[in-house]
Design a protein around this ligand. Sequence first.
Ligand code: C2E
Ligand code: CA
Ligand code: CA
Ligand code: CA
Length: 278
Amino acid sequence: AKERGRNNFQFFTPELNKLADERLDLATAMRFGLEQNEFSVVYQPKVDRHRRIVGVEALARWHSASCGSVGPDRFIPMAEETGLIGEITERVLRQAFHAATQWSPVQGRALTLAVNLSAKLFLADDLVPRVAGWLADSGLPPQRVELEITESVFLDDSERAISVLQAFKALGFRVAMDDFGTGYSSLSYLRHLPLDTVKIDRSLITDMEFDEDVAMIAQAMVGLCRNLRKTVVAEGVENPAQFALLCAHGCEEFQGYLFAKPLTAEALRSLLARHQGS
Ligand code: C2E
Ligand code: CA
Ligand code: CA
Ligand code: CA
């Protein structure tokens, strides 16, 4: 039995070690990357039904000297595990707040800036004053900032999460529910949350064209959100058929490759300058 136990141990060790090593490498690279300023921000426009830009979402990017380009779907969860998410969020938000002060209005309307807040960070006790401090340093008014959160924020301690939301609202921030339609919650809870905006998840938008049930769910969501007087944003709109269907259902705002991919700060500024000229 002893012999077998040892063999099992030897069998699993290299595999586990390899996994552990990879994670350690990524975490080390991330610390180094923060020191070396390897994290940057790209900006994806959000449009209205006339395809006019009404806002922009800030999305984090990481070009690591040792690991190459690492996508946020990989490094955000890792940052949440290692506790580096706070520092990455500070970098991203400070950069984005500053960038947004330089955007020219589109047809007289100032653009909103949407930023993502990790659920892991949301219940940290100093989140509200920290975000407010970064914003104050930039000079951007809170009314131009929309904080995107996901349903998972409400899983642990929903009452506390609601009070954090209310604190942000009291300071003038807008709040959006991100990736809506992917969780397990009932639609009715939306009524109790101080949300300005609901973003319907890309997976629903993608399947809508091919699956009548999904199309009906998406249509019902748009209708419900509008009745609750929330702005509805469809994310991941990739083709004109999806756009037309969503317009017909009463969706008001759209984000996706059909309109624009995430852009560097510089590319966004020149896009906005061209818009202003027309
Ligand atoms: P998300 O917040 O749902 O952001 C939208 C994602 O969809 C972005 O991926 C965007 O590039 C992508 N996208 C937009 N339009 C289309 C489209 O038409 N088709 C397709 N296929 N994709 C589209 P990205 O930039 O890779 O970010 C992935 C996720 O990583 C984000 O999903 C968000 O959850 C997270 N993330 C990104 N930046 C940050 C950040 O600064 N902080 C936090 N906490 N999370 C972030
Ligand atoms: Ca988002
Ligand atoms: Ca989303
Ligand atoms: Ca998503």
